[in-house]
Each structure stands twice: as C-alpha cells, then as structure tokens.
Design a protein around this ligand. Structure first.
Ligand SMILES: O=CCCC(=O)O
Length: 454
C-alpha cells in the first residue's frame, strides 16, 4: 500500500494499493498494443485530444488542485496555477505540434534527402511530488503529440494525483493505454525499464534516483532524459533594481515552500549593494506567512512531509556546525503539520561540503562577493548546473553571465520560471536532455533520414 499523510495536519489519507506483477504486466501489454494504433494516428486526432485535455484541466482545476494540496501541502492557489500551466502546455503542443513534426530537406551531394519524425514507443516517466501535475504533463503533452504512449511511475506521496492524471486522459477521450499510471514503488522500476516493450525513460528527481535509472537504462541501451537537482544562484550586481531584486528573491526562494529544483537558493550579492539588498530581503523573508495551504492568505504551506522537513533541519544544523549563522527562521512551527519558517543563512563557508548541497526548503544562503569574477566563480562552485537568475543593467555583465554561468538556464532581471515554449534542463549533476518546446518532443523520437533519388 502507499500510505499517505496530509503534511498540513499530520492526518492519514486513504491508503492506495500498489499494483501486483499481473497488473503491471497487463499495463505494459496495453501500452504496447495502444502504441501500434497511436503511432499511425493522424495529427488532427492528436491535436484534438490535446485541446480537449486543456479544456478538461481548466474546467476541473479546483478539484485537481485540492488533490495535490492535500497530498503534498503546496498552497491551493499554487496548485491551481500549476493545473492552469498544464492546460497551457497541452495548448502549446496542440497549436505548434504539427509544425514541430514537419521534416526538413537536407542538402546531399547525390539525389535529395529529408528528415521525418517518428515516435519511439512506450516511454516510462519517473516523476517527483513537488509539481505533481506539471512535471508529468511536460512529458505527457509532447509524448501524445509525438505518437508515443506514456507510463507513469509517480512519487509515493502523490498517488492520488497519478490516478487523477490517468483518469483525465480517459475522460478527454484518449484511447485506453495511451497514458497509464503504474502504481509501483521504486524497487519495481528496474524491471519495468528492462522490459522490452519500454523504449526509453525520463526522470525528474534526485541525483541518486537519476543515477540508478540511468544505470539500468544504460545496461539495456535505452535513451534517458534526466532533470535532477539544482542549487541555483541568484546574483545581484550594483546596477540592478535592488527593490525588485529583493522582492523577487523572496518569491524565488519560498515558492512551493522552497521545494523547486529551480528555486533561487544561493543569493550572491555584490559588496556595493549587499547591505541594501540584505535589509530588504530580510524584512520580506521575515514577513513570509507559512500556514494552512487551503488559506488564500498563506504564502507557503508545510513541507511535503515530515521526513522532508527533517532533511532540511539536518542540513541547517550542519551549516551552523560548519560556521554559518542562521539569521532568523528555519524553525519548526508549533503545529501538528510539517511547517517551518522562512529563514536566511549568512557566513556559510564556501568550501564546506554542505554549502554545495541542494536545500529543498525555504531557507536561503546569502553570500557577499567582490566583483563579477567572484560572483561567477561562486555560482559555478557546485556540482549542479540547472538554472540561474542574474540582476544587472550592464549589458557587458549580462553577456558574461549568459556565457560563463555553467547552467542550462539563465534568467536576466527576473526570477527563473519554466515555460511550455522554452527548453528546460541542466548540465553537470543537474542531468541531461531537455524538456518542453520542440526539443522536449524530439528527445523521444526517431529522426529518420529519408534518401531519395535525384
Ligand atoms: O522542480 C523543478 C521546477 C519545475 C518548474 O518550475 O518547471
């Protein structure tokens, strides 16, 4: 059984049954037989289904959002925004999918040639709890458009969302087997990856889970896309709008109770504006209201689980032991839920191992740097390379950051946020491959070369 607990109250939710071997086998068989039909479905059939999915997500957003909020504690308003973003992704692929799938002519010395995009087959998606709809839909929407079929292994704590996703595809008229939830635990994933009917894997999650999945997929020579962790820098230079930077730094850090792979986690501030930034940032972080996620007034809900809160508290303890100062916050709240307050750490020794870890909770590290070289060196001094946000009105500095920050994404004078149209992914231990836009769709397609006589 999947035992689930509402992190806002500590109450047990209904347990959900894990699939047995026979149910997994039936799911894989259905995926294979549906793929035979879906791969030759017309583009109109695919775009019409994506349009209906967008409508269905919009129409049902409140119910869907409540399921997520109950299971993993994010505020209801952010769950609703997440469901709306899913609808936007379905619409993006419905609108642009056909043009993404157009082949290209290729100049060759003899005859002529062109490319043709073809689907690959059933793809397994191993997905996390932090954006339990969005992380799945950004795989699902391009997969449907491509002519692939999807199998979902969702996080243990978001099995209600997993079931709702499968139900929504069926309700929108998707064929049986087009998108199926595999209600299995992590120890059953290896066998699914090894199965000949599964052609590829996409994973969003921790470095450890990514390494395990990549190892198994590698053994069976299957394509993998990995979107792993990050400890994104949020860099503020003297020419920046400091008020705006400080305000956005708070949102960047506390969104989703600090549990986003692209949260701004390390605030790296030039010495000339450090004091001004710190004053505004501290004040706004102290004002962050952690509370009932169903309450419109709450800025953030609890952490996703008591274990997750323990992990963050342990990291804070190790930071302090290494010499950092917890200026305020970062404490358990007096509540039966898994709440903690927003906080800021200063004086984190740059060379401490814990300074290079990803903190998946609402506590920022604040660093002072002397110049742009120092800022870039510190930004890059982590094993991850997912996102980054840089605040400067100097075009030369903007160019340096774009070129020299070792990350998959750099946002200029704004906090980083994903968009259905733009490629999403990282370098270094943040993974490989890209999601979203045409690039995300091509990851799981066969770009066939067609050679023709002159
Ligand atoms: O946890 C990853 C962030 C997902 C997103 O914002 O698209």
């Amino acid at each position: 059984m999947f035992e689930r607990v509402n992190p806002a109250t500590g109450e047990k939710l209904d347990a959900i049954a894990e699939m047995d071997d026979a149910a997994v086998e039936a799911t894989l068989a259905r995926a294979q037989s549906t793929f035979r039909e879906w791969r030759v479905s017309s583009l109109d059939t695919r775009t019409a289904l994506l349009g209906r999915l967008a409508d269905a997500f919009e129409a049902d957003k409140r119910r869907l959002a409540e399921i997520a909020t109950r299971e993993m504690g994010k505020t209801l308003k952010s769950s609703i925004a997440e469901v709306e973003k899913c609808a936007a992704a379905f619409r993006h692929y419905a609108e642009h999918g056909p043009s993404f799938l157009e082949g290209e002519d290729v100049a060759v010395s003899k005859g002529s040639a062109r490319t043709r995009w073809l689907p690959l087959g059933p793809v397994l998606a191993v997905m996390p709890w932090n954006f339990p709809y969005w992380q799945v839909v950004r795989f699902m929407a391009p997969a449907i458009m491509a002519g692939n079929v999807g199998l979902l292994k969702h996080a243990s704590i978001t099995q209600g969302v997993a079931a709702a996703l499968e139900e929504m595809v069926k309700k929108a008229g998707g064929p049986d087997g087009l998108f199926q939830n595999l209600a299995i635990k992590s120890d059953a994933v290896e066998k699914v990856i090894a199965d000949k009917r599964v052609v590829a894997v996409t994973l969003t999650g921790s470095e450890g889970a990514g390494a395990k999945v990549a190892e198994t997929a590698g053994k069976h020579l299957k394509k993998v896309v990995l979107e792993l962790g990050g400890s994104d820098p949020f860099i503020v230079m003297p020419s920046a709008d400091i008020d705006k930077a400080a305000e956005q730094a708070v949102t960047a850090r506390i969104q989703n109770t600090g549990q986003s792979c692209i949260c701004g986690k390390r605030m790296i501030v030039h010495a000339d504006v450090y004091d001004a930034f710190a004053a505004k940032f501290f004040e706004a972080m102290k004002a962050v209201k952690a509370g009932d996620p169903m309450d419109e007034e709450s800025d953030m809900g609890p952490l996703s689980s008591f274990d997750q809160r323990d992990t963050v508290l342990d990291q804070l303890g190790r930071m302090k032991k290494a010499g950092a100062t917890l200026e305020f916050g970062g404490e358990k709240l007096d509540s039966p839920g898994a709440y903690m307050s927003a906080g800021v750490l200063t004086g984190v020794p740059r060379n401490a191992d814990v300074a290079r870890e990803e903190v998946f909770g609402p506590v920022a590290m604040l660093f002072r740097v002397t110049d742009i070289d120092d800022a870039i060196a510190l930004a890059n001094d982590i094993p991850y390379g997912l996102g980054s946000s840089v605040w400067t009105n100097d075009s030369g500095e903007q160019d340096r950051f774009e070129r020299d920050i070792a990350a998959g994404m750099t946002a200029v004078n704004q906090m980083l946020a994903s968009a259905p149209e733009a490629p999403f992914g990282g370098v270094k231990l943040s993974g490989y491959g890209r999601e979203l836009g045409p690039w995300g769709m091509y990851e799981f397609m066969n770009m066939k070369t067609v050679m023709l006589p002159g």
